[in-house]
Ligand binder design. Structure first.
Ligand code: BF8
Length: 626
C-alpha cells in the first residue's frame, strides 16, 4: 500500500486510480500475443507492424493467442467446477445425514434434475439426493463415459457438436488438466485445433460448473422467485452492525445470514439497532434472490464500501475479492475476514469455515462483526459517510419462474408467447448481459448505454453477476421503469407476462437471473424455448454479451455461449487482436463449427447496433424459413 515517509498509512488508491497508473498497458498483453509459457521468452509476437513474427520456439501469433485464450477458459472452468464440487459434496453429506446445518429446500427441483440425468427420481428424497450427488461427484473423477451434467444441455446442439468431434472429457478435472497440457510449450500449436479444445472447456464450464452449481444450490437453498430488494451503498445503516458478504458461495453466506438473525440480541446489547447483512458481487446476487438481502456493491465497488466507514466486517470466500481491499481496511475499523483455507488476502484475518461446523464458524464471524461495531463506536473522531443512494430492484427472476409464467400463458406450447412476439416484431430478441464491472468501461457507462439502446429496440436484457448490481443501481430492475425504458412492443410483452405471473404490474425491463453461475438459468430458458419451438439454439434470436469483461471466468462463460451457437459480444475485446488468424476463427470460422461467433465492440452504441443486427439476422432467417 501507499505509505508516507514515516510509514504512516496514507489513503489507498481505488481501482480507477490504479487503472490510470497502469497506463500505457502493454499492447502484447492486450493483443494476446505475449508468450511466457517457457523460459526462452517472454516472446512478444504479432501479425502487425511490431514485435517478432515468431517466438524463439517458432510459435506464430496465432499459436500464442489461441493458447492464451484457451488457458483463460481453462482457468474459468476450473473456478466454476470447484464451486460446483463444493455444493455437490455438501449435498452428498446431507444425503448421508452427516450435516446438521443444511437441508434440502427444494425436493421437487431435485427430482426434476434427477429425471433429466436419467436417474430414479421417485422415492425417498435422501436416496434421490444421494444418486444426484454421486452423479455430480463422478463428473470430477475418472471412469465415466460422458460428463453426466451434459444431459442438461439441449440435445440437438449436443449432437450437432458431437458430429464434429466436439465433446468435453467425462471428468471436468481432466478437461482442465488436458487444457494446461495441450497449451504447454512444444505441444498443440494449431490455432483452430486449440480453439476447438477451448470450446470443449467452455462446455465443461457450462455444465460441470455453472449448471451443476445452480442446480444443487437451488436444491439445498431453494429456487428463487421474484422478490423486491434494494441496491447500492445507501443500504448500509449507520446504527447497525454492517456485515458485507463477498464472494460466491451460498454455503457460507446463507449461514452468515441465519446466524446474524440469531445474534441480533448481542448486537443490540453492543449498542446497535440490529445486524444489517448486505451483499457484494455474486454472493450479493445469491443472497438477494433467495433472502432479499440488499445488493450493496459490485466487485469494483467493494473497496468503496469500506471507505464509507460504516462497514464493520467484510466476509469473503472465493473469487473476485480484489486484494486492494486489504489496503483499504488498514485505514478503517473494518475487519476483512477470509473463510476458505486456500484463499488468503494480506490484511485479512481468517476464520476457517467448514460446513461440518457451519453454525459455530458463522457465529464466530458474526461476533467479529459485532466486536468491530464496538470498535467503531469507541473511536471519538471516526466518521461515517454513507451515500444517500438506494434503488428498488426486483430480483430472483429465475428460469423456473420464467418457464412457469410462459406455461401458464400458453400451457400447450409455452414458447409461443415469446416466439409470436418475435415474429410480430414486438420482441426483437433476448440478450444475456453478463459478467463484470470493468473500470476500463465503467467510466464510459458501457452497460447503461448498451442496455438503454437495446431496450428502446425492443430487445429484452436478462442479466447476472455484477451486471445485476449495475442494472439494479440504475433502476433497470424496477417494474415501475418498464414503460419508460422499454420500447412499446417489449413493454406490452412485459405487461402481458406480469399479468400471467399474477403480479400487480409488468415484469421489470431487465430480468435479474442471479449470480454468474446462474448464467445456467439463461441456458435453461434458451434450451426450453429451443426444444419447445423445435428451433436449434444456434438459430434462436439470442445473443450473449459481456460488456465489461474482467474475469477469466467470464471468458469461459462466453465460450459456453459460443458452444451453444450464440453470438458473443465482449468489451474489452478478447485477448486476440494481435493474431489475424485467431480473430478470424473466433469472429467467422466458428459460425460453421458451433453456429456462434465473437463480436468485438467497445463503443456502447456500436455494440448495441451489432447485437441488434445479429438478432435481426436470426429473426429474419427464422421466420422466412417458417
Ligand atoms: O462471477 S461478474 S467480477 S463477481 S466474474 Fe466476478 Fe465478474 Fe463480478 Fe461473480 Ni462473475
Amino acid at each position: 500500500m501507499a505509505t508516507s515517509e514515516d510509514d504512516e498509512p496514507t489513503t489507498p488508491e481505488l481501482p480507477e486510480e490504479r487503472l490510470e497508473e497502469s497506463q500505457p498497458q502493454c499492447p502484447f498483453g492486450v493483443g494476446g500475443s505475449c508468450c511466457r509459457i517457457c523460459y526462452m521468452g517472454p516472446c512478444r509476437v504479432s501479425d502487425g507492424a511490431h514485435g517478432m513474427e515468431r517466438g524463439v520456439c517458432g510459435a506464430t501469433p496465432g499459436t500464442v493467442a489461441a493458447r492464451n485464450v484457451y488457458r483463460e477458459i481453462a482457468s474459468g472452468a476450473a473456478s466454476h467446477a470447484d464451486h460446483a464440487r463444493e455444493i455437490a459434496t455438501v449435498l452428498a453429506e446431507i444425503a448421508d445425514g452427516e450435516l446438521s446445518a443444511y437441508d434440502i429446500a427444494d425436493p421437487e427441483k431435485l427430482r426434476t434434475i434427477a429425471a433429466d440425468l436419467g436417474l430414479d427420481a421417485e422415492g425417498d428424497v435422501s436416496a434421490v439426493a444421494e444418486q444426484v450427488a454421486e452423479a455430480a461427484i463422478e463428473d470430477f473423477q475418472e471412469g465415466g463415459e460422458t460428463l453426466n451434467w451434459l444431459d442438461r444441455m439441449p440435445d440437438e446442439q449436443r449432437e450437432y457438436l458431437a458430429k464434429q468431434g466436439i465433446e468435453p472429457l467425462p471428468s471436468a478435472d481432466k478437461e482442465v488438466a488436458r487444457a494446461m497440457h495441450r497449451t504447454t510449450q512444444g505441444n498443440d500449436a494449431d490455432p483452430k485445433h486449440l480453439l476447438t479444445g477451448a470450446v470443449e472447456a467452455g462446455l465443461t464450464d457450462g455444465y460441470a460448473g455453472l449448471t451443476m452449481g445452480t442446480d444443487l444450490q437451488d436444491v439445498v437453498f431453494g429456487t428463487p422467485q421474484p422478490v423486491q430488494t434494494e441496491a447500492d451503498l445507501g443500504t448500509l445503516r449507520e446504527d447497525a452492525v454492517n456485515i458485507a458478504v463477498h464472494g460466491h458461495s451460498p454455503v457460507l453466506s446463507e449461514m452468515v445470514v441465519k446466524h446474524a438473525n440469531e445474534l441480533e440480541d448481542e448486537a443490540i446489547e453492543a449498542g446497535a439497532d440490529g445486524i444489517n447483512i448486505v451483499g457484494i458481487c455474486c454472493t450479493g446476487n445469491e443472497l438477494a434472490e433467495r433472502q432479499k438481502v440488499p445488493l450493496a456493491a459490485h466487485s469494483s465497488q467493494a473497496e468503496l464500501a469500506v471507505t464509507t466507514g460504516a462497514l464493520d466486517a467484510m466476509v469473503a470466500d472465493i473469487q473476485c475479492i480484489w486484494p486492494g481491499i486489504g489496503d483499504v481496511v488498514e485505514c478503517h475499523h473494518t475487519r476483512l475476514i477470509t473463510t476458505v483455507d486456500y484463499v488468503r488476502i494480506p490484511g485479512a484475518e481468517h476464520v476457517s469455515f467448514d460446513p461440518e461446523t457451519a453454525a459455530e464458524d458463522a457465529e464466530e464471524i458474526v461476533r467479529r462483526g459485532i466486536a468491530a461495531f464496538g470498535d467503531r463506536h469507541s473511536r471519538q473522531d471516526y466518521t461515517v459517510e454513507i451515500p444517500d443512494r438506494t434503488t428498488d430492484a426486483m430480483v430472483g427472476v429465475s428460469d423456473d419462474f420464467v418457464l412457469n409464467v410462459l406455461e401458464s400463458a400458453n400451457p400447450e406450447n409455452p414458447s409461443r408467447p415469446l416466439v409470436d412476439a418475435m415474429e410480430a416484431g414486438d420482441l426483437n430478441g433476448i440478450v444475456g448481459i453478463v459478467g463484470c464491472p470493468n473500470p476500463k468501461m465503467r467510466t464510459a457507462d458501457m452497460t447503461e448505454i448498451l442496455i438503454e439502446e437495446l431496450l428502446a429496440e425492443n430487445v429484452l436484457p436478462v442479466v447476472t453477476g455484477c451486471i445485476g448490481h449495475i442494472t439494479a443501481q440504475n433502476g433497470y430492475l424496477d417494474p415501475a421503469m418498464t414503460d419508460e425504458l422499454a420500447g412499446d412492443g417489449l413493454a406490452a410483452v412485459l405487461n402481458d407476462l406480469g399479468e400471467a405471473a399474477g403480479l400487480d404490474g409488468p415484469l421489470p425491463p431487465v430480468w435479474h437471473m442471479g449470480s454468474c453461475v446462474d448464467n445456467s438459468r439463461i441456458g435453461n430458458v434458451v434450451r426450453a424455448i429451443s426444444e419447445d419451438a423445435g428451433v436449434p439454439t444456434r438459430e434462436l434470436p439470442v445473443v450473449a454479451s459481456a460488456p465489461e469483461l474482467i474475469a477469466e471466468k467470464a471468458v469461459s462463460i462466453g465460450t459456453w455461449a459460443l458452444a451453444l451457437g450464440l453470438p458473443l459480444h465482449t468489451a474489452p475485446t478478447l485477448h486476440m487482436d494481435h493474431s489475424e488468424e485467431v480473430t478470424r476463427i473466433m469472429t467467422e470460422d466458428l459460425k460453421d463449427i458451433t453456429g456462434g461467433f465473437a463480436i468485438q465492440e467497445e463503443d456502447p452504441k456500436a455494440a448495441a447496433d451489432a447485437i441488434a443486427s445479429a438478432l435481426d439476422d436470426r429473426r429474419t432467417a427464422l421466420f422466412e424459413e417458417a
